[in-house]
Design a protein around this ligand. Structure first.
Ligand SMILES: CC(C)(COP(=O)(O)OP(=O)(O)OC[C@H]1O[C@@H](n2cnc3c(N)ncnc32)[C@H](O)[C@@H]1OP(=O)(O)O)[C@@H](O)C(=O)NCCC(=O)NCCS
Length: 168
C-alpha cells in the first residue's frame, strides 16, 4: 500500500469511486459528496492550510486509489493533535486496504507531521469503522451526544484516539 497527498489530478478517479459508494457513505460521511469538479476543487482548498492534510491510499503496483484519509483540525502547541476522517469505496472495502493505509497515515502523522495524538469520531452503529480503529490500537475515550450533522440529523459519536505511546 502507498500513501500520497490528494490533488486535483485525482478528480476523475475519486468522483467515480464516490459515485459507486453513495449508499455506503451516506449514513456515515459528513460534508458534501464530490459530484463535480468545482466541488472537488473547493474541497481541496482546505488542504492549502497547515491545519488539514489530505491523503489517498493507493495500491503499490497499479497506483489505483482504494481509500482516502484526512488529518483535520490539527492543533499544535502543547496538544499536537489531529482529527481523522476516512473512507474506503464500494469496490475496495473489506480487503484490509484501510487497515494498512490508515497505519501509514498514523506513522506519517507521528513522524513527519510531528503529531502526538489522533482522534476518530465514529457513530456507535458504524461497526466497520469501529473495527478498523480497534485493530490499529485506538482506545475509546468517550461518547459525544449530537456530535455531528450527517445525513439530515445530529448524530451521536464515540470518540476514539491513539497517542504515540500506544503505537508499537
Ligand atoms: C470505515 C471503513 C473505511 C472501513 O473499511 P474496511 O474496508 O472495513 O477496512 P479494511 O480495508 O481495513 O478491511 C478490513 C476488513 O476486510 C477483511 N479482510 C478481507 N481480506 C483481508 C486481508 N487480506 N487482510 C486484512 N483484512 C482483510 C477484514 O476481516 C476486515 O473485515 P472485518 O472488520 O469484518 O473483520 C469503510 O467501511 C468505509 O469507508 N465506510 C464508509 C465511510 C465511513 O464510515 N467512514 C468513517 C467514518 S467514522
Amino acid at each position: 500500500m502507498a500513501l500520497r497527498h490528494i490533488g486535483l489530478q485525482d478528480y476523475e478517479e475519486i468522483s467515480a469511486l464516490v459515485r459507486e459508494s453513495a449508499e455506503m457513505h451516506r449514513p456515515w460521511m459528513p460534508g458534501q459528496a464530490i459530484t463535480s469538479y468545482e466541488i472537488f476543487e473547493s474541497y481541496l482548498t482546505r488542504f492549502e492550510q497547515p491545519i488539514n492534510e489530505g491523503f489517498v491510499i493507493c495500491l503499490r503496483d497499479t497506483g489505483a486509489i482504494v481509500g482516502r484519509v484526512n488529518v483535520n483540525n490539527i492543533v499544535r502547541g502543547t496538544n499536537q493533535s489531529g482529527t481523522l476522517g476516512y473512507a474506503a469505496y464500494a469496490s475496495t472495502t473489506g480487503r484490509g486496504y484501510m487497515t494498512e493505509g490508515l497505519n501509514l497515515v498514523i506513522q506519517f502523522a507521528f513522524g513527519e507531521l510531528g503529531l502526538h495524538r489522533l482522534e476518530a469520531n465514529i457513530q456507535p452503529a458504524n461497526t466497520p469503522s469501529l473495527n478498523l480503529v480497534k485493530r490499529l490500537g485506538f482506545q475509546r475515550e468517550g461518547y459525544s451526544a449530537n456530535f455531528q450533522f450527517i445525513d439530515g440529523a445530529w448524530r451521536d459519536h464515540e470518540r476514539w484516539a491513539i497517542t504515540i505511546e500506544q503505537t508499537s
